[in-house]
Design a protein around this ligand. Structure first.
Ligand SMILES: C[C@@H](O)C(=O)SC[C@H](NC(=O)CC[C@H](N)C(=O)O)C(=O)NCC(=O)O
Ligand code: NI
Length: 146
């Protein structure tokens, strides 16, 4: 058995594609539109996976967009989506500069949390064990100025 994807339902497809593709830089690898079911399924791969020849065989994020607006309760049973980043401080700076709240700043250079437009928790983990190169974030950590 192979892990295929995690599906999240999104209320605003434009806002979600901006968040996941423009900001998190995920790549759309396939899309399914159902006129009968009145929904769209958009499959997103992490950029490193998308560069591989078999991007559609890597673990994907499936965005489900129901064309008729629905209210989705905040399912507490769902935890988070986790992505590995090359430099967690650079990533958090880019996201913050683009209006994303860093709900859990990258203390110790390893882990940060943000939320999607639908409130889905996204965990960002520093690639490898090496601390990200020193950056203003670490100075802010050390001086407690966030
Ligand atoms: C193709 C495969 O990856 C799917 O996930 S299709 C599953 C199917 N999805 C839908 O019908 C989308 C629209 C529906 N209104 C919804 O919001 O899910 C499905 O069976 N969904 C039910 C589910 O619980 O996932
Ligand atoms: Ni699915």
């Amino acid at each position: 058995m192979r892990f295929l994807h995690t599906m999240v339902r999104v209320k605003d497809l434009h806002a979600s594609l901006h968040f996941y593709c423009d900001l998190l830089r995920l790549k759309e690898v396939k899309r399914y539109e159902s006129e009968q079911g009145k929904f769209s399924l958009i499959y997103l791969a992490a950029p490193d996976d998308a560069e591989q020849s078999k991007a559609t065989e890597s673990p994907l994020l499936e965005l489900t967009y129901n064309w008729d607006t629905e209210d989705y309760d905040d399912g507490r049973n769902f935890g988070h989506l986790a992505y590995e980043v090359t430099n967690i401080y650079d990533t958090c700076t880019f996201l913050q500069d683009n209006g994303i709240t860093i709900n859990r700043p990258p203390r110790d250079g390893h882990m940060a949390f943000i939320r999607s437009p639908d409130g889905i928790s996204i965990e960002l983990l520093q690639k490898g064990d090496a601390l990200a190169p020193r950056s203003p974030w670490q100075e802010m950590e050390n001086t407690g100025t966030w």
